[in-house]
Design a protein around this ligand. Structure first.
Ligand SMILES: [Zn+2]
Length: 117
């Protein structure tokens, strides 16, 4: 089954862009244009995003703590690029999960109940 098919009505209602924007289980999701049901990226995407966010954040903290101690060592480049690495990881934290959502993992109907009908 295509990952771009709506899990509710089975129509091919999404593309990589709309799938990337649909968010994960904890987000309101994107409305299927065929059946009107809200759709989000499923458990796999949610777990991946959680793990990746933690890793990226850990990378930022480790770089911050580790960089000043690399002067005079063969790891001195970490100190030189500390800011760049930090920015890179921060960008990756936002971009990579969306890229992964666009091309991997099945979608699922949103479980969050929308108070406004
Ligand atoms: Zn649908």
């Amino acid at each position: 089954m295509s990952i771009y098919k709506c899990p509710n009505c089975g129509e091919k209602a999404f593309n990589p862009l709309t799938k990337a924007m649909a968010g994960q289980l904890n987000s309101p999701g994107k409305v299927c244009m065929h059946c009107g049901r809200r759709i989000v990226n499923g458990k796999g995407a949610t777990i991946f995003n959680a793990i990746f966010s933690v890793l990226a954040f850990a990378g930022i903290v480790i770089t911050y703590l580790y960089a000043p101690n690399t002067r005079g060592t063969s790891y001195e480049w970490i100190a030189d690029y500390e800011l760049l690495i930090g920015i890179g990881l921060l960008l990756a934290k936002f971009i990579v999960p969306r890229l992964v959502n666009a091309f991997f993992f099945k979608m699922t109907p949103a479980i969050r109940i929308d108070p406004v009908k």
